[in-house]
Design a protein around this ligand. Structure first.
Ligand code: K1U
Ligand code: ZN
Length: 167
C-alpha cells in the first residue's frame, strides 16, 4: 500500500471530469487500497480519485467515529434526493479552509463496490454531505466554488499567504 499525494487547490487538475470505471480489476482494487490508506492518514472522512490525480469515478468514505466502516463507491449515481441543509465542510485539497455549502439533506446513491457488485444506499447527515462533496470532486468541482467570487478570491489569497509562510 502507499500514501498518495493529494492535489492542492487551485491545481487545475482538480477540475478534470472523471470517466466511469469500465471494469473493477485488481489494479482498481489496488488503487482503492492506496486511496483508503491516504484518507485515513490525512486524516479525512472521504477521498475522491480526482484528488490523487486519477480521473476515474472512485470514492472512499468513512464517517464512523471508530474509523472502521469503509465505504467504497465506484461509478456512483445519485438516484434520489430530498430536502436541503447547510453544513460546514472542509477539504483535504483546500487545507485549513472551512465553510458552509447547501446540499440535499438525504440522498439515495447507486454504485458498484470493490467486488464490482451493484448496490443502493440511503444516506443522510454527514454521510450524505460527504457523498455529495466527493461526487463533486469527480465532476471537477471543489466546494469553495459554491461560494461568491469575492469569498473565493479571499480564500485563494489566504491559501497563497499560508503557502508562502511554509516555504
Ligand atoms: O474530499 C475531501 O477532501 C475529504 C473531506 C470530506 C468532507 C469533510 C467535511 C464535509 C464534507 C466532506 C475531509 O475529510 S476534510 C477532513 C475532515 O472533515 C475530518 C478529518 C478527520 C476527522 C473528522 C473530519
Ligand atoms: Zn474535498
Amino acid at each position: 500500500m502507499a500514501i498518495l499525494k493529494i492535489l492542492q487547490y487551485p491545481d487545475e487538475r482538480l477540475h478534470t471530469v472523471a470517466i466511469p470505471v469500465a471494469q473493477v480489476t485488481d489494479q482498481i482494487r489496488s488503487l482503492i487500497k492506496d486511496m483508503t490508506e491516504t484518507m485515513y492518514a490525512a486524516p479525512g472522512i472521504g477521498l475522491a480519485a480526482t484528488q490523487v490525480d486519477v480521473h476515474e469515478r472512485i470514492i472512499v468514505i468513512d464517517t464512523s467515529e471508530t474509523r472502521d466502516e469503509l465505504l467504497v463507491l465506484i461509478n456512483p449515481e445519485i438516484i434520489a434526493s430530498n430536502g436541503l441543509s447547510d453544513y460546514e465542510e472542509g477539504c483535504l485539497s483546500v487545507p485549513g479552509i472551512y465553510g458552509k455549502v447547501r446540499r440535499a439533506e438525504s440522498v439515495t446513491v447507486k454504485a458498484l463496490n470493490a467486488q464490482g457488485e451493484s448496490f443502493v444506499l440511503d444516506a443522510d447527515g454527514l454521510l450524505a454531505v460527504c457523498i455529495q462533496h466527493e461526487m463533486d470532486h469527480l465532476a471537477g468541482k471543489v466546494f469553495v466554488e459554491y461560494w461568491s467570487k469575492l469569498k473565493q478570491s479571499r480564500t485563494l489569497a489566504r491559501l497563497k499567504k499560508k503557502q508562502r509562510s511554509t516555504m
